[in-house]
Design a protein around this ligand. Sequence first.
Ligand SMILES: [Zn+2]
Length: 328
Amino acid sequence: MQIFLTYDYELFFGEPTGTAEKCIIQPTNQLREIAQRTGAKMVFFIDTGYLKKLIEYKDQFPKVKSEHEAVFNQIKTLVSEGHDCQLHIHPHWEDCTHNGNEWIMKTDRYKLDDFSDEDIVRIVKEYKSILENTTGKKVSSYRAGGWCLQPFNRVQKVFKEVGITLDSTVFPDGKFTAGNYYYDFTNSPAKSKWKFSSDLIEEDANGNFWEYPISNYKYSPLFFWRLFILGRLKPSQHKPIGDGYPMSSPGLRKKMLTKGMNLSASADGYFVTKLNTVLKSNAKKGFEEMVIIGHPKANTLFALKQLEKFINANKSAHQFKTFADLNL
Ligand SMILES: [Zn+2]
């Protein structure tokens, strides 16, 4: 099986957003070290709205200047080490500002669908060129911020125009439509990749785009109780390295603890413990691909150790790949 370890490279979007050092730089360096020791390359979906704002404010505030330098240098290092840096858009950055001390988040317009047609075209083109200028590589893959990329027909035309050929946003049967979120992947194809045209979850053999869905797993209430309790009991191992807070997800915690939840297969924190189970289940279904999502900010010391074990245990039977390797 081809395994894609993908990381959304970003701050938190609640208050506070956390620091670049703890949410991005430090945990990404720990991932780079794992990659060096194991030989696995990773995909980093770079939150390019954040890059835009770093550029916008760097000459105004010294704090942003050093943040800009650290982030842009790290992205260049990732590229030079063979990692794949691709496009991740959180368009709410359009509405965010910096006050000289911290980022002021405004997340009312959280999804591309919250913007006008003209804005969508401008944002996709502008962000893609910022990322390409930073990496020196052509962008061809995409992951939507917060899994929100529906309805896809609003971005279909500009994606085709700029040469995005692969999306990795869907996770089978995922659904969350509260707060600023909207995604509904119910009844997505039971496949590890498919082609599509105007609807992310409707296969179209003649479509211009490939969907490489993130694998999914139905986490039980007990899983979430363990996760929350371990964070309290053993914070040194189980508390996220990132020092910010997420945007609110109304009703999510209660649902997790009472009913459990179908979520994406993740390398974050305690979720890492289910990766082997997901791999086995994918193999049983005859899948040839497995996409894992992670976030540097949500890494824990426990997760980093387990991730390295997972790579070492599976790197001879499977191949750890990047989307750039596919040449789609
Ligand atoms: Zn994101």
